[in-house]
Design a protein around this ligand. Structure first.
Ligand SMILES: Nc1ncnc2c1ncn2[C@@H]1O[C@H](COP(=O)(O)OP(=O)(O)O)[C@@H](O)[C@H]1O
Ligand SMILES: [Mg+2]
Length: 409
């Protein structure tokens, strides 16, 4: 969609430019707490049902704040009405851009309808205007999972051996089967749909203006295969030129293993079917910032846990206790990672869509982020009670666990 690109830019707003895959038209503030994505009704339904009835599964997803219905009549007042509470957290610029996006979508739909009408044979070229479907554009408003990172390295791993949903037309099914056959979707149940790595190349020509090497959708389709997938994912994690050495990278990989196992556990006990959903991996790509974030988080973890139950006889947080609490092996990085990040992440994150609560806890909500793993893209996702777990997606998750385990050793 057009996304209002021709409209005047606002100083405090930009189209979301950290997306590594998917469609255009997503929006976020510069400091981006929120991520707004145009989507189909099925995705909205999946977010609604999951956040209402399946809290375990919802914890794997970005926080869902609600939907925006963007149409010709959208103005700032109607945004405030649609998402009271959340709208307070959108900058004026973001609201204006959402309104612009709505108008642009309507204009685009009208132009398309006109072109379609013009292409018809003469005898049916006229259509009464009132019959034209009103263009509406629905968007989900989500937690921006890359918020709080200085240089977010991002990997979109598209899950599944089968990528098409039951309702896919035969041509689409054929095309997706072909893609799966030719890529690691076929062999591993996932493929790299997109990736960006801070200072990911020694050749400045290969970096974007923010210093990232961006691997586009063709990379995972054409350049990566079953024999190179581990090595290619290694490029996401290990990066000496950004100050992420072997040890630090191993600790990051280990953190992802812990979260992946949680994803496996929840998927295995849920009855869902998802086609072309993704796991979105994010971690701090600037080694210096990564180490600083770990230290800052550790200080808070120590403060919070300090006098609690998790102390050894010597009165200090022991490694075993930390592993138990957090899933991270403290010995992986002596003196650097002492506690886990996950605890802090959980504490620092907003629950049940209550942004206000997070704001009250300033110290936690301002902590720099270390890593994050979220399940995204539910355009073809549904709950299927009685049909058992989603083995198609579990295959991909289990392959990722194996690979990240390998990378952590
Ligand atoms: N909640 C989010 N926070 C930050 N980035 C996101 C979020 N959801 C998606 N993205 C980014 O946008 C891209 C496309 O999102 P996705 O949900 O897969 O949409 P599409 O249906 O267009 O494929 C992802 O690859 C990711 O980089
Ligand atoms: Mg996608």
């Amino acid at each position: 969609m057009a996304g209002g690109r021709q409209l005047p830019a606002h100083a405090d707003l930009q189209p979301y430019n950290h997306a590594v895959a998917g469609h255009d038209g997503t929006l976020s503030d510069i400091d981006g707490e929120l991520f707004i994505k145009p989507c189909v009704q099925q995705e909205i339904d999946f977010y609604e049902t999951t956040f209402r009835d399946h809290p375990d599964f919802a914890s794997l997803m970005p926080i869902y704040f609600g939907t925006l219905s963007l149409n010709d009549a959208t103005d700032i007042d109607s945004l405030n009405e649609q998402l009271p509470g959340v709208a307070d957290h959108m900058s004026q610029g973001l609201k204006e851009e959402a309104v612009n996006m709505a108008k642009a979508a309507v204009a685009e739909a009208e132009a398309e309808a006109a072109a379609e009408a013009a292409a018809q044979p003469v005898d049916i070229s006229w259509r009464p205007n009132k019959n034209r479907k009103l263009a509406t554009n629905k968007s989900v408003v989500l937690q921006n999972t890359t918020h709080g990172f200085k240089k977010p390295n991002i990997l979109d791993a598209k899950l599944g051996r089968r990528l098409w949903a039951d309702d896919a037309p035969p041509e689409k099914r054929k095309r997706f089967e072909e893609i799966s056959r030719q890529t690691t979707n076929g062999t591993h149940g996932f493929r790299i749909a997109g990736m960006r790595v801070y200072k990911g190349s020694a050749d400045p020509e290969e970096l974007d203006e923010q210093g990232f090497k961006v691997y586009d959708r063709d990379y995972g389709r054409l350049s990566v295969n079953k024999d190179t997938i581990v090595e290619e994912l290694g490029k996401f994690i290990f990066n000496e030129s950004a100050g992420i050495d072997r040890e630090l990278g191993q600790a990051v990989a280990q953190a992802f293993v812990a979260d992946l196992k949680r994803v496996e556990e929840v998927l295995a006990s849920s009855e869902t079917r998802m086609y072309s959903a993704s796991l979105l991996f994010t971690f701090e790509g600037d080694g210096k910032a990564l180490r600083a974030a770990i230290e800052e988080n550790n200080d808070v973890v120590e403060k919070v846990n300090g006098l609690g139950e998790q102390v050894d006889e010597d009165g200090l947080l022991g490694e075993e206790e930390l592993v138990a609490v957090t899933g991270i092996d403290a010995s992986a990085l002596p003196g650097v990672i002492e506690g886990d990040v996950k605890v802090v992440e959980l504490m620092g994150e907003v629950e049940d869509g209550e942004l206000e609560e997070a704001d009250e806890d300033d110290e936690l909500s301002k902590l720099p982020r270390i890593y994050s793993l979220k399940l995204i893209d539910f355009a073809h996702a549904e709950w299927v009670p009685g049909q058992g777990p989603d083995e198609n997606n579990l295959l991909g998750v289990r392959s990722l666990i194996k690979i990240f385990e390998e990378l952590s050793q």
